[in-house]
Ligand binder design. Structure first.
Ligand code: XMP
Length: 331
């Protein structure tokens, strides 16, 4: 094959990577290309634990080993168990250089009292760059910045839909050269490559997760208690979807905790607590979306678990609104 993987245009003759054999061929080519590009220099990668950055990390670990430093920023808005999984897969199993940054207090302090969705997104994005920049400066001698840019990002940035650089916005004096080994691949191909690289299914077949994470599911001004209610209810939802095989049928599913309370009764005592909203949708491109018709007994099981296991919650709602009129997320 040997395509120009730095081009912005995917060559028409480039075969879709659909099998382990094609993935292995791509991996071998990329390892050689990465070694040629990087030489004996050092590379930095912001590793979120999402599919794209995880596949880039695994490729670079194979190609240049300890010349790669991965930085995993925990902004406090990740799902339950995610930071632990990143550490276990990359530091313990793949023996990567991994810097884990616990920035939970930093982010949550900055977000305190901020209710407006776009302002929340802006704070999360800007603070992420600041934390990453600080880590980059501490490391010194870094020549390359690796990114999990994929082909749809390039197509979208061409037509001005979104800026594709995940950590775009770093100060100019940190003028790293970019390393983007999966930039010509579609998402399904990235998953096939990730599987061939030995990444766990829970990482490779993850549902999409927004950059601002649980922050946009803790509607309005985020408090630590309500954020925990989002995280715990999300963990229960994911557990039940997995147990019932729904993770393979539903494109995106999550919980939302709005910023109001309603009355309830627990053990004969009146409560005044938050509702949890369940959202499960299918879509092709996230531009429009349809609610997934969950089985009523299954919904009741979710209600029972969430109301009994999640502190501060006494009610569960199911959002069956398509997009449009609603967006997929609540903010
Ligand atoms: P909406 O809510 O706009 O979501 O219908 C469409 C898809 O995009 C995801 N989403 C985001 N992803 N940063 C992201 O990286 C964001 O700020 C963001 N907002 C929404 C959402 O999860 C859904 O898959």
């Amino acid at each position: 094959m040997n395509y120009d993987y730095n081009s912005n245009v995917r060559p028409e003759e480039m075969k879709r990577i659909t099998t382990p054999a094609l993935a292995a061929e791509f991996i071998d080519e990329q390892i050689a290309a990465l070694r040629a590009q990087i030489g004996d220099k050092k590379v930095l990668l912001a590793l979120s634990g999402g599919v794209d950055s995880s596949v880039v990390a695994a490729l670079l670990i194979k190609a240049v080993g300890k010349q790669l430093t991965c930085v995993h920023v925990n902004h406090g808005l990740l799902r339950k168990g995610e930071p632990e999984q990143v550490i276990s897969v990359f530091r313990d199993q793949m023996k990567a250089n991994l810097v884990y940054v616990d920035a939970v207090d930093r982010f949550l302090d900055k977000l305190a009292g901020v209710a407006e969705p776009e302002q929340k997104r802006h704070i999360i994005g800007a603070e992420f760059i600041r934390v990453f920049e600080e880590e980059a400066r501490k490391l010194k001698d870094i020549s390359f910045l690796a990114q999990g840019t994929i082909y749809p990002d390039i197509l979208e940035s061409k037509v001005g839909v979104k800026a594709h650089h995940n950590v775009g916005g770093l100060p100019e004096d940190l003028n790293f050269e970019l390393v983007e080994p999966v930039r010509l691949l579609y998402k399904d191909e990235v998953r096939v490559v990730g599987k061939a690289l030995g990444l766990p299914d829970s990482m490779v077949f993850r549902q999409p997760f927004p950059g601002p994470g649980l922050g946009v599911r803790c509607v309005g001004a985020i408090t630590r208690e309500r954020l925990e209610a989002v995280r715990e209810s999300d963990a229960i939802l994911r557990d039940e979807f997995y147990k019932h095989g729904l993770d393979e049928k539903v494109w995106q599913y999550f919980t939302v905790v709005p910023d109001f309370k309603t009355t309830g009764i627990t053990d004969g005592k009146r409560t005044y607590a938050w509702p949890v909203v369940i959202r499960a949708i299918n879509t092709v491109d996230a531009v429009t979306a349809e609610p997934y018709e969950l089985n009523f007994a299954f919904v009741q099981k979710l209600v029972a678990r969430i109301t009994s296991e999640v502190p501060g919650v006494n009610r569960v709602l199911w959002d069956v609104t398509p997009k449009p009129s609603a967006t997929i997320e609540w903010e």
